[in-house]
Design a protein around this ligand. Structure first.
Ligand code: AMP
Length: 399
């Protein structure tokens, strides 16, 4: 853990450039879900109460390096003011004279929001000159955008090499949770990997079998593993061309001592529809016209039994077609067990990535998980064992 937190920095009287992720949904100029903004409020408040002056750097959407009014950050000002309970000023560029003047004249207690960093094509090229222009606006850099940390951009990577840098509260919570789940986890550690395809999660599986004690595979990707074991999966979603790769993963897991858990029973329907008539069958008995849409109750017993023996669970991907009732049953039951063990203080549970957050929210289990990452791509790259440039730059930042 080579990075610093806000507590390690002297912020009094300093202008603090804070990289945030405020990509909130906006309909007709109105923010419809302010979750992302509320999550950065502790960072802003802590900077203000330490006597610092927060200057927010953020991207919004994909303007492709051009100024596009519909992707201006100006419309977020009222929502930011409500979340921070203070005055928020806006500068119409993230570099240049107007931004410098606005940063210079910022008063204690005020926050400055800079325009969308991606209005500059140089941003996504990690251009050092653009980063230097941004760095001129502040004395300290604070990165609170874990969800953008897998990209080496001027406002996430290059800038951290120019100023004394630290992690914001949200980034800190995320990194601490991830560290406790895979960096130095309490063992046994179990990974649950579900979702549609093996091909999108190959690197993730390869990394996990070297680090975890149990690997639970579910969802459509489990079907590919059943094929690799010589079973028929009927018309189920399965990547038959990935069959050999799946077999290699199973063999590698054997050699690293990671126990792979595949469904022993399956829930089979003929249609990919909510409430489609369905049967529970042994995993090797899927009929020719069958679609495997969920793991069966015996599989759930095995999975929850493993959770009960584990100290740590890390989860990405649903165990079945969770958008269709009742094929969300295995995901819900397993998630609720992980939540109950966590509530009882027996388990550290960390989940994230794409549909996982939606699946765990739908099950009602999310609240009791130790940590739910909403970071999507960054969370997955971290699970794949990759170095995230935005975090690495904090480690190597100037003192
Ligand atoms: P991913 O984005 O890879 O995490 O995949 C999530 C998607 O996989 C969800 O839309 C699920 O409905 C889908 N899924 C999970 N299990 C199955 C299954 N057995 N058959 C078809 N789709 C599935």
């Amino acid at each position: 853990m080579g990075w610093k937190t806000l507590d390690d920095m002297d912020l009094n009287g300093k202008r603090v450039l804070v990289r945030v992720d405020i990509n909130v949904p906006v309909v007709d100029g109105v923010v419809t879900d302010s979750t992302r903004i509320r999550r950065i409020a502790p960072t802003v408040r802590d900077i203000l109460s330490a006597g610092g002056r927060p200057i927010l750097l953020a991207h919004f959407g994909r303007p492709g390096g051009e100024r596009r009014e519909n992707l201006s950050l100006n419309k977020l000002v009222p929502t930011l003011e409500r979340a921070f309970e203070t005055r928020v000023l806006f500068a119409a560029d993230c570099v240049g004279t107007a931004a410098e003047l606005a940063a210079e004249s910022l008063q204690p207690g005020e926050v400055l929001l800079l325009e969308n960093t991606r209005f500059h094509a140089a941003e996504t090229k990690n251009d050092p000159e653009l980063a230097a222009g941004m760095a001129r606006l502040g004395d300290v850099f604070c990165n609170d955008a874990f969800s953008a940390a897998h990209r080496a951009h001027s406002s996430t990577e290059a800038i951290a090499r120019l100023l004394p840098s630290c992690a914001g509260r949200l980034m800190q919570a995320e990194l601490e949770a991830l560290e406790s789940a895979l960096g130095a986890p309490k063992r046994p550690v179990t990974a649950v990997v579900g979702g549609a395809k093996v091909s999108t999660k190959l690197e993730l599986l390869s990394n996990l079998i070297e680090k975890v004690d149990y690997l639970v595979i579910g969802g459509g990707m489990a079907n590919t593993f059943l094929v690799a074991q010589g079973h028929h999966v009927g018309k189920s979603l399965a990547e038959r061309i990935m069959k050999d790769t799946a077999a290699e993963i199973l063999a590698k897991a054997d050699s690293t001592g990671c126990k792979v858990i595949l469904p022993t029973d399956i829930v089979v329907a003929e249609k990919f529809e909510s409430h489609a008539p369905h049967l529970v069958l042994p995993a090797d008995q899927c009929p020719e016209n069958g679609l495997i849409l969920d793991a069966g109750p015996d599989s759930v017993d095995v999975i929850t039994g493993i959770f009960a023996q584990s100290q740590t669970v890390i989860w990405n991907g649903p165990l079945g077609a969770f958008e269709l009732e009742p094929f969300d049953a295995a995901t819900n039951a397993a998630a609720l067990k992980a939540a109950a063990l966590t509530r009882a203080g027996k388990l550290i549970s960390v989940a994230g990535g794409g549909d996982t957050v939606a699946a765990l929210n739908a099950s009602g289990a999310a609240e009791d998980f130790t940590y739910i990452s909403t970071a999507g791509g960054a969370f997955l790259e971290w699970m794949e064992g990759k170095t995230l440039p935005g975090v690495a730059a904090l480690n190597g930042s100037r003192d």
